[in-house]
Design a protein around this ligand. Structure first.
Ligand SMILES: *Cc1c(COP(=O)(O)O)cnc(C)c1O
Length: 389
């Protein structure tokens, strides 16, 4: 199919919920991708942080194909060794205690919210504090958790019981943390909110406040997790352990999978019938995730992610059109001195570079496996585009 045929089909048959750029990708290899017309791109998106091992990594693709040829799905009434082996690997890499598998970030956060509500049930605490400018998903409850008015306004009424505090402001959380609060949910680096990192004193302070108030500290690792920030989960870089962590995006390397990880204190709170998912823990997705977790949890791999992140940050900061670079590891936001981030994104695509935006920033989430040569090639294209802005 030509690009125009694809675009015509999209216009006719797909709801227009995405502001799309004129590119249709049909093939990829690590940090390079090709479109319907054979044009090559350097990829600084990994599909919004999903393709942790890049496009169609050979070992990942082989694991997924092998599992698809053996048994592709079974109902959660029965045991699956792919499921249990992934859970063990994930629990060991995360320092948490037990996992629940689902299919997306929003679902993982729904599960976290249910755990917090169940935890607070006995003492009548059902409020959950989240941060202003956060993003936690598109279901009605995770939209309510999302501290951004713009996402709420068309879909009222939302789920009740969410309170919004200021990020990097412990007093603001303290002021809301009454006896009616059962949990605090936050991203360590706000992704969709414009790549806004939380400070170590803030996150460590929250850990202490939550313990004192008997509220669960819940970290949304959907974007920051699975190596993205240079730690398997970003909280490991903050030297804390949350009570609940949620994971999705990069977890299965490109297949739909989410996980809600519970710490020791709440690992058995949800019993039979209280939570479930038809597709959750699907063996094909698990086979992909096992390959991702095996590779990404290696300390040497994580060290390389931090080095690559430092390199990208340094090179970007040195560009005369760049005001500031924010983020951690290979999750970076570039604030420009002038020009519109979306316009930069469109021009980058024309030049053969795929980037994302987050609020007024250009956002980079390259595959964790990107090579130095591909980073350099992408940086050169980005510099070329900035010179025209
Ligand atoms: C993307 C994202 C979500 C939602 O994940 P979906 O898989 O789209 O449901 C939730 N939280 C954060 C921090 C995210 O970046």
């Amino acid at each position: 199919m030509t690009f125009q045929q694809v675009k015509d089909q999209d216009q006719a048959y797909i709801m227009h919920t995405y502001g799309r750029v004129d590119v249709a990708l049909v093939k990829g290899k690590n940090a390079r991708a090709w479109d319907t017309e054979g044009k090559e791109y350097i990829d600084f998106t990994s599909g919004i942080g999903v393709n942790a091992l890049g496009y169609s990594d050979p070992a990942w693709a082989a694991a997924v194909a092998k599992q698809a040829g053996e048994i592709q799905h079974l109902c959660n009434y029965y045991y699956s060794p792919e499921n249990t082996a992934l859970a063990e690997a994930l629990i060991k890499a995360s320092g948490m205690a037990k996992a629940f598998f689902c299919n997306s970030g929003a679902e993982a956060n729904e599960c976290a919210i249910k755990i917090a509500r169940k935890y607070g049930e006995k003492r009548g605490a059902n409020k959950i504090i989240t941060l202003k400018n956060s993003f936690h998903g598109r279901t009605l409850t995770t939209l309510a958790a999302t501290g951004q008015e713009a996402f709420h306004k068309d879909f009222l009424p939302l789920t009740e019981g969410f309170l919004y505090a200021e990020g990097n402001n412990l007093d603001s959380v303290k002021a809301l943390l009454g006896a009616d609060v059962c949990g605090v949910l936050l991203e360590t680096v706000q992704g969709e909110g414009g790549v806004v990192p939380m400070e170590k004193v803030f996150v460590q302070g929250l850990r202490k406040l939550c313990t004192e108030a008997d509220a669960l500290l819940m970290i949304d690792e959907v974007q920051t997790g699975v190596g993205r920030t240079g730690y398997f989960y970003s909280y490991q870089g903050y030297d804390i352990l949350p009570d609940v962590a949620t994971s999705a995006k990069g977890l299965a390397g490109g297949l739909p999978m989410g996980a809600c990880l519970a710490g020791e204190k709440v690992k058995d709170l949800l019993g039979p019938g209280m939570q479930g998912s038809t597709f959750g823990g699907n063996p094909v997705a698990c086979a992909g995730a096992r390959e991702v977790v095996k590779r990404v949890s290696d300390p040497e791999f994580l060290e390389e992610v931090r080095e690559k992140g430092d390199y990208l940050r340094e090179r970007l900061s040195a560009m005369p059109q760049v005001e500031a670079v924010r983020g951690q590891g290979l999750m970076l936001g570039v604030l420009l001195k002038q020009g519109d981030a979306h316009e930069v994104l469109v021009k980058c695509a024309e030049e053969g570079l795929l980037v994302l935006t987050a609020k007024e920033l250009v956002r980079f989430l390259p595959p964790l496996t990107i090579s130095r040569a591909d980073m350099d090639a992408g940086l050169a294209l980005f510099q070329k585009v900035l010179q025209t802005i």
